[in-house]
Ligand binder design. Structure first.
Ligand SMILES: O=C(O)CCC(=O)C(=O)O
Ligand SMILES: [Fe+2]
Length: 234
C-alpha cells in the first residue's frame, strides 16, 4: 500500500495522465483485506464526525460518513503520503491557469493554511450505496482553500459485490457541451482526479475546463468507496 509502491517512472506516467485527461488510475492501491477493513468501519459507526443521507440534500441516493480526526492510520498515511507527489502537479496547473504557484511541499503545511482560514474539519469520507443508489455529479469544495486533485478508492468488488455503480467524470469546456468518461475501477484501485478546474492544452494555448464526478446507479448489491480530499472543510 501507499505512494511508495509507485516508482518515479510510474509517477511521471500518472502526472502525464492527470495533465492530459484530468485523472489517473492507481491500480491496486489497497489490497482486499485493507478494503474490507475500511469498509467495515462504516457500520462500526465510531470514528466519524457526521453522517449524510444523500437524498435529504438532493445529492443522490445512498449515504456517507466523514471521518473525524485522528483519521484511521491507513487513510492518514495515504493523505499525507500522496500529497508531496501531487503538489508539484497542482502547482503546474496553477501556473498554467495564470494563478500564482500556491501549494506547499508537504501536507501538514497545507492543512495549517486550511486551518488558519477556518477550514478545520476533516474531509475524508466513507460512502455506502445499495440497490438504486447513485451519486449526482458534484465537486467537493468546502471553502476558499482548495487542493485541486483528490483521490477515490473503490472498496467493493465489481460484479461480485455489486453491478452498475460506475465512477463517472464529466469535463465541461468553455461554451461547449460536456464530455463523459467512465473510470474502470477494480476493488482497491484508486483514481486521482481534478476537483474543479484544470488546464487543458489547446491550439492557442491553455484553457480551463471544469470537472465534476459522480457514480451511476447501482443495479444490484452494495458498493463502498473511500474518498480522500486534501483540503479540510469549514
Ligand atoms: O463513490 C465513489 O466512487 C465516489 C465518491 C465521491 O464522490 C468522492 O470520493 O468524492
Ligand atoms: Fe465526491
Amino acid at each position: 500500500m501507499g505512494p511508495g509502491m509507485f516508482s518515479a517512472g510510474d509517477w511521471s506516467g500518472l502526472a502525464r495522465g492527470l495533465d492530459e485527461d484530468g485523472w489517473a488510475l492507481l491500480p491496486g492501491l489497497l489490497d482486499a483485506a485493507q478494503c474490507r477493513s475500511i469498509s467495515g468501519l462504516y457500520d462500526a459507526g465510531s470514528g466519524f464526525r457526521s453522517r449524510v443521507v444523500m437524498a435529504r440534500h438532493g445529492f443522490g441516493r445512498g449515504e456517507y460518513r466523514y471521518f473525524s480526526y485522528p483519521l484511521p492510520p491507513l487513510v492518514a498515511e495515504m493523505r499525507a503520503g500522496l500529497y508531496p507527489y501531487l503538489a508539484p502537479i497542482a502547482n503546474r496547473w496553477c501556473e498554467r491557469m495564470g494563478q500564482a504557484a500556491c501549494f506547499p511541499d508537504d501536507h501538514p503545511s497545507f492543512l495549517a493554511r486550511c486551518h488558519a482560514a477556518g477550514q478545520t474539519r476533516p474531509t475524508p469520507l466513507l460512502l455506502r450505496y445499495g440497490v438504486d443508489d447513485y451519486n449526482c455529479l458534484h465537486q467537493d469544495l468546502y471553502g476558499a482553500q482548495v487542493f485541486p486533485i483528490q483521490l477515490a478508492i473503490l472498496l467493493s468488488r465489481p460484479q461480485a459485490d455489486f453491478t452498475g455503480g460506475e465512477f463517472v467524470l464529466t469535463e465541461q469546456r468553455p461554451r461547449m457541451q460536456s464530455r463523459v468518461e467512465i473510470v474502470p475501477l477494480q476493488q482497491g484501485d484508486g483514481v486521482l482526479f481534478a476537483v474543479n478546474q484544470r488546464p487543458r492544452r489547446g491550439l492557442r494555448g491553455d484553457y480551463r475546463v471544469t470537472l465534476r464526478h459522480g457514480v451511476s446507479r447501482i443495479r444490484s448489491g452494495s458498493r463502498h468507496a473511500l474518498g480522500v480530499i486534501f483540503h479540510d472543510a469549514t
